[in-house]
Design a protein around this ligand. Structure first.
Ligand SMILES: [Zn+2]
Length: 220
């Protein structure tokens, strides 16, 4: 089966994707990781992408699509796959639909993890790390013993630029902007909205439910 997992930063998407991958026995593919891998391995597509990135431009749909098709044709993907963070545009979604049809795959199951923005900002901005040992603390659920100080060697904790509330708001706005049209595109497909504002086990139970219903209804 083919699963698309959509969710904002801080929604616990990584955790759920890892569990789904294990449960369904299919690989989880993130186009961001795929791009980094191709660049590291210096493949033809990787070198092409690197040139674009070095010019400060965004890698276009065509190139991402080519990478993805090559990856999805590998034996590892024979029983299906989970796509994490793709498609990000309606044109990528259309491309994916054509690709699935041409490879004899059914429509994907779209899992849309939703968490209120205010909660995401609270969750992400709770992350602080130690510049000396790299230990990551979360002031909400794994705080250091003394506020703002690393337990190991007493170093003052710092926050990643990306994890500051202002930066998170920007990331969430960008996410909202690309998600809306993509979700609309899949509105008539096998689409499940999942309330991500619950403990990970409860969120996964809701995901399992959707997957089971999808299997029953479409006989996948
Ligand atoms: Zn430390």
């Amino acid at each position: 089966m083919v699963v698309l997992l959509i969710g904002p930063p801080g929604s616990g998407k990584g955790t759920q994707s890892a569990r789904l991958k294990q449960w369904l026995g299919i690989p989880s593919i993130s186009t961001g990781d795929m791009l980094r891998h191709e660049i590291e391995e210096k493949t033809a597509l990787g070198l092409e992408a690197e040139k674009v990135i070095n010019k400060g431009q965004l890698v276009d749909d065509g190139l991402v699509g080519k990478m993805l098709m090559a990856r999805l044709a590998t034996p590892e993907c024979a029983n299906g796959y989970l796509l994490d963070g793709y498609p990000r545009t309606v044109s990528q979604a259309k491309f994916l639909s054509q690709f699935l049809e041409s490879t004899g795959r059914p429509e994907p199951l779209v899992l849309h993890l939703e968490v209120p923005s205010s909660l995401l900002i609270e969750r992400i901005s709770a992350r602080w790390s130690c510049p000396r040992c790299g230990h990551i603390y979360n002031v909400l659920n794994s705080p250091p013993r003394a506020l703002g100080i690393c337990d190991d060697e007493g170093e003052a904790l710092t926050q990643r630029e990306d994890d500051r509330p202002e930066a998170i708001r920007e990331r969430l706005d960008a996410y909202q902007e690309w998600t809306e049209p993509v979700v609309e595109y899949y509105a008539k497909a096998a689409y499940c909205k999942i309330d991500g504002n619950h403990p990970p086990n409860a969120v996964f139970a809701a995901i399992e439910n959707c997957v089971n219903q999808y299997r029953l209804s479409e006989d996948h």
